[in-house]
Design a protein around this ligand. Structure first.
Ligand code: TXA
Ligand code: MG
Length: 336
């Protein structure tokens, strides 16, 4: 990601490796011992950082809600390291689940399944279903294995605010976490795709890097969209919001003073010298880069004292673009 200031002077260029601290194996041992004691640990995944606790310990899980200031009606994703853990968490698993797991796990896909009695109600907000995913991140997988339990983990941010893609973002928002594993910047940068299976098809509850076309290859039957869902907790219109007003570029007020605005630039077409800051999120004009750098760009402009409003460039709402626009629209909604 490249940051520019007025007159196109380049301030800094961040690479995915720059922020990576030595990830000592003992960090994971300590973190796992904390999880076993019922404490709360922030850890990296390939999507965003998670705020984790033993999914089978309701008291530990309650602390996640307290730390995040998250409403109890919004259920958590349970993270596993082996597909064999599914049978402890789910009351029934149809063949399509194994087909999805085979293709996409470990990876950024969360599957909503009928829950077993072993899963405490606080994890699922009283729903009869549990959301499960196997993250594609060595540290996360090792943490789950060493903790010897599934780990319930939402994104490690205050409820409704920007998701964290590095340990600094976690520290910025959450002060009461027992342990943070710093695994550097996450690679994918936006949260997992969430899919719910129906007898005759599937519903995407949250768009992510795994697209509906990719899912259709494994689940060829009928397809429904999130809007058809009668009850999808946590799918609010406002979410992921920076602490400064955010406009999607097509909604910018005609007389907005952009001399104090930060632009999140994808194509380069909206770049004007008058912007105070320009953050180029995709040097190769690749939507995966936009997704990988989106939250980092929002965090940097939220923190920038010279910027008082953020303008983000929209993209086509297809494929990964749909997931990017979902985040941008929800981030902008709070400021409508
Ligand atoms: O990539 C990710 O999914 C990250 C990393 C840490 O794994 N996690 C994450 O968790 O984004 P969170 O809590 O920020 O978002 C999970 C979403 C929430 O909107 C929640 O409502 C939904 O998943 N969810 C969880 N359990 C559900 C269920 N049983 N039925 C429907 N939606 C569910
Ligand atoms: Mg979240």
């Amino acid at each position: 990601m490249i940051f520019c200031c007025r007159n196109a002077a380049i301030l800094r260029h961040i690479t995915a490796t720059q922020n990576i601290m030595q990830n000592m194996p003992e960090n994971v041992d300590i973190a796992a011992s904390y999880i076993k004691q019922g404490k709360v640990v922030a850890f990296p995944t390939e999507t965003v950082y998670g705020l984790g606790a033993n999914a089978l310990n309701p008291i530990a899980v309650a602390r996640i809600f307290e730390i995040k200031e998250r409403p109890y009606f919004d259920p958590l994703i349970v993270h596993i390291a082996e597909t064999t853990q599914l049978k402890d968490l789910c009351s029934s698993i149809d063949d399509r689940v194994y087909a999805l797991a085979e293709k996409f796990w470990p990876g950024p896909l969360t599957i909503v399944l009928p829950k077993s009695k072993a899963v405490p109600d606080i994890v699922t907000a009283g729903l009869p279903t549990v959301a499960v995913r196997m993250p594609a991140h060595d540290v996360a997988l090792e943490l789950i294995r060493k903790s010897e339990c599934p780990i319930a983990a939402p994104s490690a941010n205050k409820f409704g605010q920007l998701s964290p893609t590095c340990a600094h973002h976690v520290r910025k928002q959450l002060t009461n976490v027992d342990y943070i594993i710093d695994g550097g910047k996450t690679t994918l940068g936006i949260e997992s795709t969430i899919v719910q299976l129906a007898p005759d098809g599937f519903t995407i509850l949250r768009y992510g890097i795994i697209t509906e076309n990719e899912l259709s290859e494994i689940l060829p039957a009928g397809y429904g969209s999130a809007k058809d869902q009668t009850f999808a907790p946590g799918m609010m219109k406002s979410h992921y919001s920076p602490r400064k007003k955010l406009y999607i570029a097509y909604d910018v007020e005609p007389h907005l003073d952009i001399s104090k605005a930060g632009l999140i630039s994808y194509s380069g077409k909206l770049e004007k010298d008058a912007y105070k800051k320009i953050v180029r999120v995709a040097p190769n004009k690749d939507l995966k880069e936009y997704a990988a750098n989106l939250f980092e760009a929002l965090h940097s402009l939220e923190d920038d004292e010279e910027v008082n409003v953020i303008v983000a460039e929209p993209v086509d709402e297809s494929g990964i673009g749909r997931a990017i626009m979902d985040r941008l629209k929800k981030a902008a909604y709070a400021w409508c």
